[in-house]
Design a protein around this ligand. Structure first.
Ligand SMILES: [Zn+2]
Length: 99
């Protein structure tokens, strides 16, 4: 078999279709984490509109479940069920950037 004439260097973006499925050698998933969506205090709906803004506060501590966190994030959002505004507060535990 002969090589095609216009062989692109591998650094260029590939336009070919991506192969379906995980690449060979991918590790199996062993852990499951349950993520609970925020809920409207007025009507109980978990449906929401897109977040309007976001405020990151660097504040380390331990939450009520005993899990450590490094940042407190507040996002303003409107309930899609009843229109009530609320602020979703999440405590994130961020891994320091590896060197
Ligand atoms: Zn609501």
């Amino acid at each position: 078999m002969t090589k095609p004439k216009n062989v692109r260097p591998t650094t260029e973006p590939q336009t070919e279709k991506k192969p379906i499925g995980r690449p060979p050698g991918s590790p199996n998933v062993r852990e499951t984490a349950v993520a609970v969506p925020s809920r409207c205090n007025a009507c109980g709906s978990t449906e929401r509109e897109p977040y309007l803004d976001r405020n990151d506060l660097e504040f380390a501590g331990v939450d009520s479940g005993g899990k450590a966190f490094t940042h407190i994030v507040r996002r303003r959002v409107r309930c899609a069920g009843c229109g009530q505004m609320r602020i979703d507060v999440t405590r994130e535990n961020r891994v320091p950037p590896s060197r």
